[in-house]
Design a protein around this ligand. Structure first.
Ligand code: ADP
Ligand code: MG
Length: 699
C-alpha cells in the first residue's frame, strides 16, 4: 500500500497547472505519466541572465535590459519579421519576432512603454549593425522585472514542449513534494555533508550555480544514493527470499571426476574456482542463482558440463538452453560426447523436433531416461515435463526474458518443495564497478583467465575507402580456405536504410568474391537464417555478412577474419565479443575495424584499447572511463536498470556502498519494520524498486 503522503507525487501529470490534453502527452513522453516523473527529470544545464545596458551588452549572451519602446516596424512583405526598436539611454536594441506575431505586439508594448526584456543578444550583420534579440525569452513591464529569473534551468526539451514550459511544471512538482522521514543513516549523512531529500531536490531544480548541477554536487549525490540504495535493497531482498527457497542438495561425485579426467586438457585456475563455487551452491540446500561470466571461449561450457555430471550423479536431470537453434546444436555437440562417454543420455530438443520423434524425446524426459536436455525455447513449452529437473543452464542470459527463465525454473518435478538451480552464462563483460547494479541479485563467478595457447587476434582499424584492398586480401585468404565474418551494424532491426546497406554489401562482395558470400539478418525467418548459418559452419559459405550479433554466437573454428563496418557504432565490449568469434582455430586471425574517416580522438583511443588488450573485463572498464555518461556498453540491452537520478558512471563509487548498506539494513531489520525501515519502504515506493516488482526482476 502506497503511503498517503506520497499521493501528490503519484497523480497524473495532467493535474499540474498548464498541463492540458495537448501538453500532457508531451510531458509523458519526456518525463513519464505521473508528477513524480516530472520531479525526477533533472535539468541539463543552466542559463544565467545578467542585467546590463545596451552599451555593455555581450554578444551571444543571455542578458536582461530595461528599455523604453521607441518604434514598431511592421513587416513590409509576407515572411518579414515584426520589429520593435527600443532604447535604454545607452543605445538602441532591436527586438524581433518572426511568424505568429503582429499588431498585438503594438497594443501590448506601445511606444513609450517601459519594459524589461531578456534574451540572447546578437549582432547579426557584424560590428557596425545594431544589437538585437530575436524572440525575447521575456518582455514584461518594468515593475515586474523581478519576475525574470537570474538563473534559469534548462530541461531536456521535446518538440512542442520548450524547456521553459517544462521548468514551470518541474517547479510546481517540487512545490507539491512533501518532506519525508529520513531514510538515510543520519550519521552517514552528516559525515558526507549531504542535504535532506527535499532540500536536495530543491537545489537540483532551483540551482544557483552551474556547480549545483554537476553529478558530483552533494545534492545530486544524495539523490543518486537514494536511488541506488532503493535498487540495492530490492536486489538484496530478492536474493534473501531466494536464499530462503530450498534447492536439492547435490554433492560432487565420481561422474564429474571421470568427466574431468577424460578432458583433453587441464582446467584453468579460473575454471576450477568457478566450478567449486557452483558446487558450493549445489551442495548448500539453497537454490542456486548464479551468473558465470567469461569471454567467449574462456571455457564456461566445460564448467557447466562438469556441474551437469554432478547433477546426473545425484540421479537428477539438467537442461541447457541456448538462444538459437544453431547455438543449441553446437552446445549439444560439445557436451554430449563427454557425457555420453559416462553412460549418460543427452538429447537435443529444438523447434525442429516434431511428431513421433519429439514425442519420444519428451517421453524420455518424463521417465528419466535422459539425464541432460540441450535445446532452445522449445525446452520449456507447456507439454515438456521432466522427471527430476534440478539444474538449468542458460546461455547468453540477457536474451531470455525473466518469465522464460522463471518458467524454466518452474519445470522442477511435481511434489517436491525445492526449486531448480539456475546458472546463467554470459560473455558480455560488465565492469566490476557495475556488476552489482546489473547482477546484484545473482551470485557471480568469473572466468577471467583464458585457456593456454590462444593466439591474440591481430586488430587494426581502417577507413572505409580502403575496403577494396581488404576485399583483395579476403579473396586471397578464402582461396586458401579461410572464412570470414563481415558485420554491418543495424541501429535497430527494423532500420531499412541499414538493412539496405548490409544487402548492398553482400551483393557487392558476391560480385567480387563469387557465390560463397552469405547474408543473415534479423528480419529473415529463423529457418532461413539457420540454413545460411549452417552453410557457414559447414564451410560452404566462406564470407558471412551479418547484421546481428546473435547469429555470430556460433563457433566456427575455421573463421579467422572479422571485418566490422562502422566499428565506431559499437561499444568496445561488443567489439571485443565480436572479435572473440575468430582466433579459435589454428589459423592466424585478424580483425579489421572499418570506420568513416576522420576518426575522432576518443574513437582513436577506444580502438587503441582494443588493439592493446584482450581481456574483456579490462576493456569494459576502460571503455566506461573513456566514454563517461550515456550507455557506453549497451547495458540497457543487457538488463541494465534505467536510473533516473543516479548516473552509473559518475556515481559508480556509490554502488558498492549502497550494496553493503542494503545488506546491513536487511541483516538488522529484515522486514523493514523499524522507523528507518519504514522510511526505506517509502524510498522504494518512490523509485518503484520494490522487492517483487516484475518489471525489474532479474530472475
Ligand atoms: P565458452 O563457453 O566460454 O565460450 P567453451 O567452454 O565452449 O567456452 O570452450 C571453448 C573451447 O576451449 C572449447 O573448444 C573447449 O574445449 C576449450 N577449452 C575449455 N577449457 C579449456 C582449458 N582449460 N584448456 C584448453 N582448452 C579449453
Ligand atoms: Mg560458449
Amino acid at each position: 500500500m502506497r503511503p498517503e503522503i506520497l499521493f501528490p507525487l503519484f497523480t497524473s501529470v495532467s493535474t499540474l497547472k498548464g498541463v492540458g490534453p495537448r501538453v500532457a502527452p508531451l510531458v509523458e513522453k519526456l518525463a513519464g505519466p505521473i508528477v513524480r516523473d516530472v520531479l525526477f527529470t533533472t535539468p541539463v544545464g543552466l542559463i544565467r541572465r545578467s542585467v546590463t545596458t545596451v552599451d555593455q551588452a555581450v554578444e551571444g549572451q543571455v542578458q536582461t535590459f530595461v528599455v523604453t519602446i521607441d518604434a514598431h516596424q511592421p513587416p513590409h512583405r509576407l515572411g518579414q519579421p515584426w520589429k520593435i526598436r527600443a532604447w535604454d539611454g545607452s543605445g538602441f536594441l532591436t527586438l524581433i519576432w518572426f511568424k505568429g506575431h503582429g499588431p498585438h505586439l503594438e497594443r501590448q508594448h506601445p511606444k513609450g512603454a517601459r519594459r524589461a526584456v531578456s534574451g540572447k543578444v546578437e549582432r547579426p550583420d557584424g560590428f557596425a549593425s545594431e544589437l538585437q534579440i530575436a524572440h525575447p525569452d521575456y518582455i514584461v513591464a518594468e515593475e515586474r522585472a523581478g519576475d525574470i529569473p537570474e538563473v534559469e534551468t534548462v530541461y531536456p526539451a521535446t518538440a512542442g514542449l520548450p524547456s521553459r514550459t517544462f521548468r514551470k511544471f518541474a517547479l510546481e512538482a517540487l512545490e507539491r513534494t512533501p518532506e519525508l522521514p529520513e531514510w538515510q543513516d543520519p550519521a552517514w549523512r552528516e559525515r558526507e555533508k549531504l542535504p535532506g531529500w527535499r532540500e536536495a531536490l530543491t537545489v537540483v531544480h532551483a540551482p544557483t550555480s552551474e556547480a549545483d548541477l554537476s553529478p558530483l554536487a552533494r545534492p545530486r549525490r544524495r539523490l543518486a544514493y537514494d536511488e541506488l540504495l532503493a535498487h540495492q535493497l530490492a536486489l538484496a531482498q530478492r536474493k534473501a527470499s531466494r536464499r530462503a527457497h530450498p534447492g536439492p542438495r547435490i554433492s560432487a561425485g565420481p561422474l564429474s571426476d571421470a568427466a574431468e579426467k577424460a578432458l583433453p586438457f587441464k582446467l584453468t585456475g579460473a575454471q576450477i574456482r568457478s566450478l567449486s563455487e557452483i558446487r558450493g551452491d549445489l551442495a548448500s540446500g539453497e537454490r542456486m542463482s548464479r551468473l558465470l561470466q567469461g569471454d567467449v571461449g574462456s571455457g564456461k561450457t566445460v564448467v557447466a558440463l562438469l556441474a551437469m555430471a554432478d547433477v546426473a550423479n545425484a540421479g537428477l536431470q539438467s537442461a541447457l538452453m541456448a538462444p538459437t537453434e544453431i547455438l543449441a546444436r553446437q552446445h549439444f555437440e560439445t557436451i554430449a560426447p563427454p557425457l555420453q562417454a559416462l553412460g549418460l543420455s543427452v538429447i537435443l530438443l529444438t523447434g525442429r523436433d516434431k511428431g513421433p520423434g519429439r514425442a519420444a524425446k519428451l517421453a524420455g524426459l518424463v521417465d528419466g531416461t535422459h539425464q541432460v536436455a540441450v535445446g532452445t525455447h522449445a525446452l520449456f513449452q507447456d507439454d515438456v515435463a521432466f522427471k527430476a529437473l534440478a539444474f538449468t543452464v542458460i546461455d547468453e542470459q540477457h536474451r531470455f526474458g525473466v518469465n522464460e527463465r522463471r518458467r524454466l525454473q518452474d519445470k522442477g518435478p511435481a511434489g517436491v518443495d525445492w526449486g531448480v538451480h539456475l546458472l546463467a552464462m554470459s560473455a558480455t563483460p560488465i565492469p566490476r564497478t557495475l556488476e552489482l547494479t546489473v547482477f546484484g541479485d545473482l551470485d557471480v563467478s568469473r572466468i577471467d583467465e583464458k585457456p593456454p595457447g590462444r593466439t591474440p587476434v591481430a586488430t587494426r582499424a581502417a577507413p572505409i575507402p580502403r575496403v577494396p584492398e581488404i576485399v583483395d586480401r579476403l579473396r586471397v585468404a578464402i582461396a586458401g580456405g579461410a572464412q570470414a565474418f563481415w558485420i554491418c551494424p543495424l541501429v535497430s532491426e527494423s532500420d531499412k536504410v541499414d538493412l539496405r546497406a548490409a544487402e548492398d554489401r553482400a551483393a557487392d562482395l558476391r560480385q567480387q568474391l563469387g557465390p560463397s558470400v552469405g547474408l543473415v539478418h534479423g528480419q529473415m525467418p529463423a529457418a532461413e537464417k539457420d540454413a545460411v548459418m549452417q552453410r557457414f559452419v559447414d564451410g560452404e559459405v566462406s564470407v558471412l555478412v551479418a547484421t546481428t550479433v546473435v547469429e555470430v554466437g556460433v563457433n566456427v573454428p575455421n573463421a579467422s577474419i572479422m571485418v566490422i563496418e562502422h566499428a565506431d557504432r559499437f561499444g568496445l565490449a561488443q567489439l571485443h565479443q565480436l572479435r572473440g568469434r575468430v582466433g579459435r582455430g589454428a589459423r592466424e586471425s585478424s580483425c579489421v575495424l572499418l570506420y568513416d574517416p576522420p576518426l575522432s580522438e576518443v574513437a582513436q583511443q577506444r580502438l587503441d584499447i582494443l588493439r592493446r588488450s584482450d581481456d574483456g573485463f579490462e576493456i569494459a572498464e576502460r571503455d566506461l572511463e573513456l566514454r563517461g555518461g550515456g550507455d557506453p556498453l549497451g547495458l540497457k540491452q543487457s538488463g541494465f536498470p534505467a536510473y533516473r537520478l543516479a548516473d552509473p558512471v559518475a556515481h559508480r563509487d556509490l554502488i558498492a556502498v549502497a550494496a553493503d548498506d542494503a545488506r546491513l539494513i536487511l541483516a538488522r531489520d529484515p522486514d523493514l519494520t523499524s522507523p528507518r525501515g519504514q522510511a526505506l519502504r517509502m524510498l522504494q515506493e518512490l523509485f518503484d524498486w520494490k522487492p517483487a516488482s516484475p518489471l525489474h526482476d532479474a530472475g
